[in-house]
Design a protein around this ligand. Sequence first.
Ligand code: AMP
Length: 601
Amino acid sequence: MTKFEDLGLRPEILTAIAELGYDAPMPVQEQVIPFMLEQSGDLVALAQTGTGKTAAFGLPLFTLIAPAEQNIQALVLSPTRELCIQIAKDLKNYAHLQKGVKVVPVYGGENIVTQLRQLDTPPQILVATPGRLIDLIERGKVNLANVRYLVLDEADEMLNMGFQEDVERILQETPAERRTLLFSATMPAEIACIAKKYMRHATEISVGVRNAGADNVDHVYYMVQARHRYLALKRIVDMNPDIYGIVFCRTRQETKEVAEKLMADGYNADALHGDLSQPQRDTVMSKFRLRHLQLLVATDVAARGLDVSDLTHVINYNLPDDVEIYTHRSGRTGRAHKSGVSVSIIHSRERHRIREIERMIKKTFRQERVPNGIDICKRQLFHLIGRMETVDVNSVEIEPFMPHVFSKLEYLSKDEIIRRFVSLEFNRFLDYYKNAEDLNLPEQPTRDATRREKPARSERHSSGAKRGQRVRLKLNLGTRQNATTRSILGAINEVTNDKSISIGDIEITHKFTFFDVFADQADKVLDAFAHSGGPLEVTVVETRDRDDKRPFRSDKKQTARSDSRRAKDRSHSRSSERSSRRRDDNSAVVNSEKPWRRKRY
Ligand code: AMP
């Protein structure tokens, strides 16, 4: 096995990384460090987040730069502020024993005056986001004429975020004879183009198979109805009391909703999305890094640059549209030689997408059943016992109270005391999960059996067949966007592309439209809107009882006519009042499993 000592790094750097607990180089480091120290060409490295790429380019830089010269000799470009800060922090950790070396991060969203001051004496290594760097170049505060090493980190993200022009401009500000090192998780054509235009005879290395999931990540999926996603998430979390993970959602709205529900249900969770101000994002990220939060609910964009190496789980609340995003997400667990679990909560029609991801990442997913109440109670009970066994007893502090405690409990047997202490915590789980329903979808019959059992067309469409339960959905379109019953039905038809879906009891308010669908068609609607990629979002607000007899109308044309007339008659204030009442009611009916409190840990 290669050792760091064999790679030609400075002794101060070896001491610093030993302090950080790096025992042996990771594969990308084994390849990149000798390349940088022993060769002279450019490099294109296909490496994902979490592979140890920062140390791969960072450690040799400290051997290559001249600490005595006070000019920018190495420039590291990063797509986001968070990644920029993280890289600078890692580099400073590596260099803290090396005298005279200065690393400075410059990024947008931060007071430029502070950054200008830090540049009064130029650092040897500058870590920057493209926009802020150009600003500083234009102010004459940054001179890139002495740059000998240019690192483009997460180059694909840089392009995704629209920085191509800025990057090209920066490349032109640096000397032609510099060495360029490009790191990217994927290799789209634009990157190949940049490499061709600005790099000389670049050596390509790839760490692991392209798009391959890390070896120590377990890929698991749970299949439930779309409206049970949140309940399934809670059960997965309850089944893993020590979970420390990121729950990835598709939209900011979904991120907010899931995080709010988790917090209301007493979990240690918070949201990270683009609507937060920079200080708010910093606070959430730092709470998560310090493990004051157990679950971070985030969008992909917001979570970029958040470097946390010991996540136990990554949860795909919704599968991403793009396999590469799945790889990015799952690559956030199982880092630095640890194992991790990438969980996906899917519904039945997404099974083929799991197969697609399996093919791309060359890993097999394991389907697991959503745990039932008994499984969870058992797991929580033994977790509690485990905590009790390993708790630190502060004998000195507790001693003065013990005689009183012993005398108070004297009349109870040891057996009874244990039962009562355990029940203090355990009763909550027992109560909560007492009548918990099975969230798993019934086993899928084989194709032959499906064919045999398929009812006649007329039978499938008859509204009597087990269609008692309905689901009330909410669409983010209302009268303020001039929505009418007709336009709403049109939108649903267009997005679902399925005219067999029956829509009932449409109610249009200022901001939203509420409508009913049969429970067995709800997933179809939710799924279609979730995948539509547009601004329209549909969420579940209520599951209605079987004996609620308000009619469903399957003929949309007829419904459109009658409802639009009725909608005209309804005054705006009345409908908003009704909707707000319904929304208040929702808090009681959405997710009928009642909330329970959980202690902060
Ligand atoms: P990166 O891909 O640079 O984001 O690194 C992922 C994580 O791995 C970071 O938390 C690093 O601190 C950690 N790391 C990097 N190199 C090593 C190593 N050789 N041994 C253990 N951990 C490492």
